[in-house]
Design a protein around this ligand. Sequence first.
Ligand code: WTA
Length: 660
Amino acid sequence: MDDRNGWGRNRPEPTGSPHDPPTSFVEQATVTNAADDEPLDAQFEDAWPACWERAADLLSWDEAYDTVLDDSNAPFYRWFTGGELNASYNCIDRHLEAGRKNHAAIRWEGKRGERETYTYQDLFVAVNEFAAALRELGVEADDVVTIYLPMIPELPIAMLACARIGAPHSVVFAGLSADALATRMDAADSEYLVTCDGYYRRGDAFNQKSKADNARLAVEQDVETVVVDRLGEELPHVLGDDEWDYHDLCAEFAGASVEPVSRDAEDMLFLMYTSGTTGDPKGVVHSTGGYLAQIAWTARSVLDIQPADTYWCAADIGWITGHSYIVYGPLALGTTTVMYEGTPDYPDRDRLWEIIDRNAVDIFYTAPTAVRAFMKWGTEYPDRHDLSSLRLLGSVGEPISPRPWRWYYEHIGDGECPIVDTWWQTETGAIMVSTLPGVDPMKPGAAGPPLPGIEVAVVDEDGNEVDPGKAGYLTIPRPWPAMARTLYDGDERYRAEYWDRFSDPDADDWWYFSGDTASVDDDGYVTVLGRVDDVINVASQRLSTMEIESAIAEVDGVAETAVVGRSSERRGTEIYAYVSAAGDPSDGLRERILESVADAIGPIATPEAVVFTPELPKTRSGKIMRRLLEDIANGEELGDTSALRNPEIVGEIQSERDRS
Ligand code: WTA
């Protein structure tokens, strides 16, 4: 295991290919390889782990740290030990001190066309008032505050107010159910909840409070609840015992100022629940110092965020992407971050492009599932708007296959904007694998090399590195500052979930296992193939459903696809493909799909069945419900489908399956 390839250490030189970083971009990029300097990778490598001081230098520390990395109790690594800082101070106060109080911090675009701008001074006032209110309710440092809010400004304000008084927040995505909320509050022993009366979903008012009420009934502990009145007259705002109106509370503390609490670098900044391979959701614990340092560094070097920019990450703050790259990263750098409450197709399918046009957005970061939807809707929507303000595009959340990549590059970026395909996870906290947009050529379909200071390795069952081009397990053999520190449910589970599989404790050699499969090419570029649980065995051949999906997605006329396994006596597993078509599927599309898969991977991977459906079933956060599709393919009893955004699609798919 010690014989490491050193992947990503030999980045390819630009070759004059169309996917070299555009010159206009490089000329202004925040991070480049200066001609007279050693390449960044080498600089990081020579000084590892001290290289991470550069990231820490982007922050303001109350107390300087003594040690960059303490690995004496691996895999429970500690970063910047002895250092003290406050996240809310770093995201707000220091920008005021730098004379930037009137700079826009948050531009909020509401679902009904409402618009609000919070300058850094406005944000300072709002966060201080709510921090004072939380204290009044009894919140002390280290108390976990659960936040169950949609994409309204009170969400980041509440997060930063918690951070100000040293109370870790646990944000639960607003679209999750009452049960899910209760499980998370129970697991975190959380006695404080910030929620709202309701919110708008596509034009309709939707009751959030009743879900929160049900969750409160289900948990053991007493819960003090703060309720934001989002809907005004549309929903009666009735408050019971232990419930407080957010705006009344803040009004009570108008003008209050709350000293930011100095937190140890290793103190928990927040908890984020994420689904595991089994059972209960995992409460991923993130630190204050290491997390903020790597977030700020990656926001600057990968997303190229500069203070004068208007930056938009179109994720939801309820997930890690929003925590890191809507709230903490951009605000730590003092830029303007756009927050959008709505969906991309309401009131029309040009909504996002209209927002980019009107705000002159410089940087846009979204998920491949969104790009595939844009592609399906067609170019007429972006063509209605001036998108020339854009300088950089980002992708996150799943692999972006070459066809949507090219569509994004050409139709949104006009061939002028580099695309960063960023691989990371809730557990890694920050971006780990991506091209540096001012340095590295792009390869559509491959995320890129590991970032400077990061090491990844693709290994076989026994933990030996596989040859370039071969698939294996994606591991991280060296710690990084933003890594999860543990799981709230306990250190044992943390070790078991992430470290046991490929580490050698006797040799004190610790390899983090991501749960993903990947391959690495000769240039050190990582192509992520999918989760291990997406690996299927067809006639004893190991295939990735994602790889097959990518081959299908390449076919003209395919809008979106999901591939699952169906148990088969003959082949162990058969491949079952669901496809939503952009046009008429009867037009030889099935044949072209089979051919494309056979061409890309081999006949072994051609689907046994191709089922056409108008849409794929998705969760409210936009993830395709593969488990459900698998159950449909296997003719099994379907579980609860209430978490779906489009539950009506299930019946349609079942009858289509029966026909095919
Ligand atoms: C997948 C989201 C390919 C991967 C930040 C990972 C990706 C999981 C990419 C984490 C990418 C994320 N290319 N796959 N650029 N980014 N993934 O925790 O399977 O919601 O393990 O974090 O998303 O999802 P999570």
